[in-house]
Structure formats: C-alpha cells, structure tokens
Design a protein around this ligand. Structure first.
Ligand code: S3P
Length: 417
C-alpha cells in the first residue's frame, strides 16, 4: 500500500488545468466506438477509470489511437463479442454505462471489477434492463458484479427512476439506442445531464420534457469533441484555495452543466470568493472565512461527488454545516458517509451521522494518519485537509488517487507557494 505524507505549509497560488471531465470521458468514448467512422477526442481524463473504459472498448473492436499528447482518434463501427471478460477496476460509471450499451448488442459478455465494485448495487441497472428484454445472470451474488449479459432483442420501456442516478439514466439511454421502439426515462430529481447533451451533440434523437427523456434507437455520427476540465477535480483546488490563507488560484476551462457545480453554490453561500468567467469558463478563487450552512437533500445530486471535500470546508467554517439525505454516499467507491467521518474525523474534524444526515462542526484540523479505503475522493479530500492542519498527515492507500487524478501531487506542488 502506497502512502503520501503532506506537510501543512504555505498557500496555493497560480493557474491550473485539471483533468478532463471523467463522466464525459466515459460517455464520449462509448459514443465514438458506436459511430460508423473516425472520431477525435481531445482532453480526455487520463485516470485509471477511463483507461478501463478504453480497454473494454478496444476488446469490443473499437480502434483507439493516440495522436500527439492530447488527441485520441477512435475508429468505431460494428462492435463484436470479446474474447475475454471485461474488467472495470474501480469504475462504477464504466460498469453501469457499458452494461447498457452491451444489453443492446447481440452477443454475450461478462463484466467484473475490483472488490469495491463487487459490493456496489447493480440491481438498479439489472432490473430495468431485464424489463427491456435482456437476460443478465449474476455469477456470485444477486444484484452484484460479476454478471453475464446475453445481449440483444431489447424493447423500449417507460421507466420511473427509483434513485436519482445519472449512471442509471445513462445506462438506459445507451440501451435505448438498440431497442425496438422509444424508451422514456422519468426522473423526478434532476441528475447530471451529460448523456443527454452528448447524444444531442452526436446527432442522436432525444426529446427532453420537464422530467422525462425519450430516446429513439439510432447510431451516433462521427465527431470531434473537446472534453472540458472536471469540476469534481477542480473542487479540491477551490476548497484548498478558500481555506488556505493568502491563496489565489485560477482553474482553467471548467465544464459547467446541469447538476455538476452545486458545490460552488454551497461554498459561495458559506462565504467563499469564487468567480466564473462565462467566456473562458475559468474559475477564480481567493481565500476567505467560511460560515456553516444547511445543504438540502434536493441539492445532493448536484454535488454528489463533492461531499467529502465540502466536509473539509465545513470543518474549517465557523459554526455547523448540516448535510441532509446522504444515503447514496453509502454505495460509492467506499461507504463515504462512514469514511468521511472516520478519516477526516481522525484529522480532528468533529462530525456526527444521524440517519442519512451528516453534521460537521467547524474547528481546528490536527492532521494524523488516515486511510483512503480505496476511495480516491477520500484520499484527495484528506490531502486538502492536511494543508490547513497543525501537524503533518500521512495518507495510506494513496494509489486510489490514480483512478481519477494521477497528477494530483504534481499539481499540488505546482500551486504551493
Ligand atoms: C456519475 C454519476 C454519479 C457520480 C459518479 C459519476 C456519472 O453517480 O457519483 O461519480 O458519470 O454519471 P450516480 O449518478 O449513480 O449517483
């Protein structure tokens, strides 16, 4: 197990480009693999999660070739049965979205992942996909990976989402591309809309009404797409620059879309100084004092991945911050509701879980020894907390960070002054 030691010193200053948006990277690679012809993608996330999606698409027959340091060319077309099982590593987005795509293709595939993936709920995609007509066999435990998909023969359905999840919505939208008849997905609570935006961009037919999305079967057209910076990765520097006195950071070319930047609204409400340039999409952040706030359950889908780093901000704020309705955090890369409290808690954060709510009391962080629990966002949140702690912090299980942000330490070193 790799560990990383972080000393509390200095402030954050300068400009930074964060990795390409991870959610968009998975989806755009899948669309390029389905398109008949060559597509070009720029600015893709280079984390392990996206590498797993790339490997899977290669095993299905898409031809991926890197040109220069930034461009990836994808020759898509008819995908074929792979000769091996498909392995997603730690990536929930890969397994859920790719399952949707595979459900519509006329061959069998087996999907599996690491020990965290094997504990995450897959029934939420298996049940609606089976209603569309595919047969899915769980090979070890019901509703869990590994599972085999015997694809093809899908029919469009109307599906009311049971949990607000862009992964489930995206899964069904990819399946809908190969279904006979239209598929309508009804979501009462809006979630991130990357699949909708990208489907429209690559010429697929979708209709968006108040709370429903209807997808017609179809094939994407080849395209050129530039992936913008990932707001979830930017969030670490936004919070870091806010809580570390004397900081001033500019984060370049950030993606801003539905339900992706809710953390900025919460931080501004707490007193953070964040401005957004609508032309360049850069974020400017300078340090400021924070006060506690209430984060309502309806806000959670819009900041679902940013709760750990917001907990760090809350730990540095004056007063209490109350996060409501965090049940979904229990089924992320780790049980994040527990790991936020145990790990940032062991660095001095005072916090309590009550049902699915989390209450954080502002105070001093002391640093210490923490464990990522294999969760990249817990590791990076502890690293930012370490910057304002009174003693150094050692983060065990640091290798988890490579799933989404392999250059995190290089970027931290470049910003530290
Ligand atoms: C994602 C959606 C979110 C998020 C995950 C990426 C996506 O999951 O937590 O990191 O790319 O659609 P849920 O939609 O399942 O909450």
């Amino acid at each position: 197990m790799k560990s990383e030691k972080i000393e509390p010193k200095g402030c954050l200053k300068g400009e930074i480009n964060v990795p390409g948006d991870k959610s968009i990277s998975h989806r755009i690679l899948m669309l390029a693999s389905l398109a008949e012809g060559e597509s070009t993608i720029q600015g893709l996330s280079r984390g392990q999660d996206v590498k797993h999606t790339m490997d899977i698409l290669s095993s299905l027959g898409a031809q991926l070739s890197e040109i220069g340091s930034d461009d990836l060319h994808v020759q898509g077309g008819e995908l074929k049965e792979p000769t091996r099982n498909l392995y997603v590593g730690n990536s929930g987005t890969s397994i859920r979205l790719i399952s949707g795509m595979l459900a519509g293709l006329p061959f069998s595939t087996t999907l599996d992942g690491d020990k965290s993936i094997r504990k995450r709920p897959m029934g939420r995609i298996i049940e609606p996909l089976e209603r569309m007509g595919v047969s899915i066999a769980c090979l070890e435990a019901t509703g869990m990976a590994p599972f085999r998909i015997d694809g093809g023969g899908l029919k469009g359905i109307e599906y009311q989402m049971e949990v607000p999840s862009a992964q489930v919505k995206g899964c069904l939208m990819f399946a809908a591309l190969s279904a006979e008849g239209d598929t309508t997905i009804i979501e009462d609570t809006p979630t991130r809309a990357h699949t909708e935006e990208l489907f429209e961009e690559v010429g697929l037919e979708i209709e968006i009404a108040d709370s429903s999305i209807t997808v017609k079967a179809g094939r994407p057209k080849p395209f050129i797409h530039e992936v913008k910076g990932d707001p979830s990765q930017a969030a670490f520097w936004v919070v870091g620059a806010t809580i570390l006195h004397g900081s001033e950071v500019s984060i370049k070319n950030i993606y801003r879309g539905q339900e992706r930047t809710g953390f900025i609204d919460v931080l501004v409400r707490m007193g953070a100084k964040i401005t957004h340039d609508p032309v360049t999409n850069d974020l400017q952040v300078s340090s400021s004092e924070l006060v506690g706030t209430v984060v309502e359950e309806t806000e959670i889908p819009g900041l679902i991945d940013e709760v750990p780093i917001l907990a760090v901000a809350a730990a540095c704020a004056d007063g209490e911050t109350h996060f409501k309705g965090l049940g979904e955090l229990r089924v992320k890369e780790s049980n994040r509701l527990e790991t936020i409290v145990s790990e940032i808690g062991s660095m001095g954060m005072k916090a309590e879980i009550s049902g699915d709510d989390l209450v954080v009391k502002g105070g001093k962080l002391t640093g210490g020894k923490v464990d990522s629990h294999g969760d990249h966002r817990i590791a990076m949140s502890c690293a930012i907390a370490a910057l304002v702690s009174t003693s150094p912090t050692e983060i065990f299980g640091w290798e988890a960070v490579s799933t989404s942000y392999p250059d995190f330490i290089a970027d931290l070193d470049a910003l530290r002054k």
